[in-house]
Design a protein around this ligand. Structure first.
Ligand code: C2E
Ligand code: MG
Ligand code: MG
Length: 721
């Protein structure tokens, strides 16, 4: 491990330093600092130049004031004194002797001044040409001094003629030399001053141009800096703005490329991180929104509005299935057990679906299994034939066959299926109608006690009609639109009436006469049946009370639905009515359909015992259509078996039915029960029943259900016959 580290190429410090510097240059802060630093430098250089210029100008001014101008003045004064010296000499020559002293003084004064000026100028010149001129001037001055002494001697000798001649030949030429040299000095001084002024002007111009150049460079640099900095910030920021807009629109797929300065790159990276985090969170939210937590299957939302990410094939078939008896299981074994069963159904159903529709990588999903609510699941499938869909249902049924062990209790999983289809496969996300139709089919399957049913429009029409009927049912009981019809039951041995069955009818003010088959099953599903049962119970007891004298031997049987067996008030109400109307309880009979008894056996048995202990007689209705075991039947305190009319129809010539009816009769008799045959329509059927040993018959052969006076008339006819 250590050897590896030693062998690994060591970073070159110089290179990493330069990389660090380069990295630094990609920062906006560094760029700005560098740019403004350079600008500051340019400004300092400009300031320095300006200071130099001011300094040069002030030096020049000072030079003028302290050197050039005084020197020029001295040269000019020298010229003036030189010019004046000639006149003073002329005045001296022409002055009377007594005034000569003053004139001498005047001439001396001038000569002294000239000498003083020459002396002073000597130390002031730094120009060789001027010094040379000054040298010539000094020589002229010397000649002038000599000439003046010679002239003064002649004046003192009062030889004025000679004095004038000396003046003219020596003094004046010397003075003129002096003057011409002095003028030369002055000219030269002026030239020098002018040239220095010119130089100063040129220098000033140069500095001015330099300053203008620097200013232009600084300005260009500043513009370039501003442009580059703005571009390096604005361009990536525009890209960031665009990517922020994309995020706002829910597009998390494209990440922004890291461009621009380091700060912007960091913002871009932060944005990319944020995008990834939002995408992950949104993915989670989406997942949870479409997931059923209990089963781990997709939920109803997924089925109705699948997410864009779901790659579903067009679907044409919906299977809705329901776990039977879940409510009872929840109530008896607890909700935890119920949940466990739901999970188990989900697991088994999923394995069937996965087997039938194996998912290929990248392929479209051809079947969606969802958990809708409680024990209800939906399976939407890609185009399948009816038989293939039914086959899937059978496979699901098969998968549920093994019972589930719930803390030592073995619980069966039984499913009911409702199927619907459309000829044109629907695009994903639009199967609401299919689902609704499957629901109608499922209800139909439950009603008809079948394992599965396909949706048909007849079911829909019936459902709509029943829905509106149900809403009117409540008022029907109150406003006496319900009627109790009675159908006699006759002893097969002698044909006498042994009782009647009470059957409900609805005299609808608008729709007319409505058969119970059109509203009773729906009333049972919604619980509205309880109102009907209570109403029928009251009517039956009242009628029994009325019959106490004319027909004391006749009993009345009312039909009790599964819902009523959950309603403890039924026992109380029955007791109350029987007591109030002083009716012998044994004359009241209650018929419970076999399938209904099987829904919640424990509670049903308890209720039946409570009713039986009142003295009420009990019958098993539609016997043969359910699957009650013999052991179960033995536990029921019933006294009558009513064989379903489907076994009676054509009994005389259908040997299978004869065998079945014989078994049922023997079974009933074996348990000490009276056996009644329902739906007897022909004399031949009656004879067959007699031959099979059946006790009582009920059916159109005896009488159709009758109402009010019609029954009284029928009973009277019976008594007379
Ligand atoms: P159910 O209890 O088995 O009633 C017997 C049905 O068979 C009655 O039909 C009756 O009219 C009919 N029926 C009787 N004899 C014959 C016959 O010879 N041939 C044919 N084809 N039919 C015959 P209904 O009145 O239409 O009642 C149908 C079912 O409705 C009943 O079957 C019962 O389960 C239910 N039901 C009727 N009234 C009530 C009620 O008041 N409460 C409850 N819970 N259910 C009721
Ligand atoms: Mg009945
Ligand atoms: Mg029946």
């Amino acid at each position: 491990m250590q050897a590896d580290t030693a062998d690994a190429p060591q970073p070159d410090p110089a290179r990493s330093r330069s990389q660090h510097v380069l990295r630094g240059l990609t920062r906006v802060s560094w760029r700005l600092a560098l740019g403004f630093g350079a600008l500051l430098l340019l400004m300092l250089v400009s300031l320095g130049l300006a200071m130099t210029q001011i300094r040069a100008m002030s030096d020049l001014t000072q030079g003028f004031g302290t050197q050039d101008l005084p020197r020029l003045m001295q040269v000019q004064t020298l010229t003036v004194y030189t010019e004046g010296a000639g006149n003073a000499l002329l005045r001296l020559m022409n002055a009377p002797r007594d005034q000569r002293v003053a004139e001498y003084a005047e001439v001396d004064e001038r000569n002294r001044r000239i000498d003083g000026l020459v002396q002073s100028l000597r130390s002031r010149f730094d120009d060789p040409a001027q010094e040379e001129t000054l040298g010539r001037l000094v020589a002229a001055r010397a000649r002038y001094a000599d000439a003046f002494i010679a002239m003064a001697d002649e004046v003192e000798a009062d030889d004025l003629r000679l004095a004038r001649r000396v003046y003219a030949e020596q003094v004046r030429p010397a003075l003129q030399d002096l003057l011409s040299h002095s003028n030369a000095l002055m000219r030269r001084e002026r030239e020098r001053i002018e040239s220095r002024l010119e130089q100063a002007r040129e220098q000033s111009n140069r500095i001015f141009l330099g300053l203008v150049g620097l200013g232009v460079i600084a300005m260009l640099f500043a513009v370039l800096l501003a442009w580059r900095t703005t571009r390096s910030v604005v361009t990536p920021l525009t890209a960031l703005e665009a990517s922020a807009l994309r995020i706002a629109q829910g597009d998390y797929s494209s990440t922004t490329e890291a461009l621009g300065s380091e700060e912007v790159v960091r913002v871009q990276q932060a944005l990319n991180t944020m995008t990834a985090a939002i995408a992950a969170r949104e993915h989670d939210i989406e997942r949870l929104a479409y997931l059923d937590v209990l089963t781990g299957l997709p939920n109803r939302t997924y089925l109705l509005q699948p997410p864009a990410s779901a790659r579903l094939a067009p679907l044409n078939c919906h299977v809705l299935f329901d776990l039977a008896r879940l409510k009872t299981i929840n109530e008896t074994l607890g909700y935890a057990t119920g949940d466990m069963l739901i999970r188990e159904v989900a697991r088994r159903a999923k394995s069937v679906v996965d087997q039938v529709y194996p998912q290929t990588p990248g392929g479209l999903t051809k079947a969606v299994l969802t958990h809708l609510s409680a024990g209800r699941f939906a399976l939407a499938m890609a185009p399948v034939s009816r038989s293939a869909a039914e086959d899937v249902c059978h496979q699901l049924e098969e998968a549920m066959r093994a019972p589930v062990d719930c803390s030592g209790q073995s619980v069966d999983l039984s499913l009911v299926f409702g199927l619907s289809e459309v000829s044109e496969p629907l695009a994903a996300g639009a199967p609401l109608t299919l689902l609704r139709n499957a629901e109608i089919a499922l209800q139909s399957a439950k009603r008809t006690a079948h394992t599965f049913a396909w949706y048909s429009e007849v079911q829909e029409a019936a459902r709509l009609s029943h829905l509106s009927l149900l809403s009117e049912l409540r008022s029907a009981t109150a406003s006496h639109h319900l009627q109790m019809w009675l159908q006699p039951k006759l002893a097969l041995s002698d044909g006498r009436a042994v009782g009647v069955e009470a059957l409900v009818r609805w005299q609808h003010p608008a729709r007319g006469f409505i058969q119970p088959g059109e509203f009773v099953p729906f009333a049972e599903q919604t619980g509205a049946i309880k109102q009907i049962t209570h109403w029928m119970l009251e009517q039956a007891v009242r009628t029994l009370a009325d019959w106490a004298r004319p027909h004391p031997q006749l009993g009345i049987a009312i039909n009790i639905s599964t819902h009523d067996l959950q309603d403890d008030s039924l026992v109380r109400q029955a007791r109350h009515l029987l007591e109030r109307h002083a009716v012998v309880p044994e004359r009241l009979r209650m018929e419970i359909v076999e399938t209904g008894l099987m829904q919640d056996p424990e509670h049903s048995v308890a209720m039946l015992h409570a009713l039986r202990s009142l003295g009420v007689q009990l019958s098993v209705d539609d016997f043969g259509t359910g699957y009650s075991s013999l052991a179960y039947l033995r536990r029921l305190p019933v006294s009558e078996l009513k064989i379903d009319r489907s076994f009676i129809s054509g009994l005389d010539h259908q040997l299978v039915n004869q065998r079945l009816v014989r078994t049922m009769v023997e079974l009933g008799h074996g348990m000490g029960l009276s056996v009644t045959a329902e739906g007897v329509e022909t004399e031949a059927e009656r004879q067959a029943l007699i031959a099979l040993g059946c006790d009582v018959m009920q059916g159109y052969l005896g009488s159709r259900p009758l109402h009010g006076e019609a029954l009284q008339t029928w009973l009277k006819g019976q008594a007379q016959g």
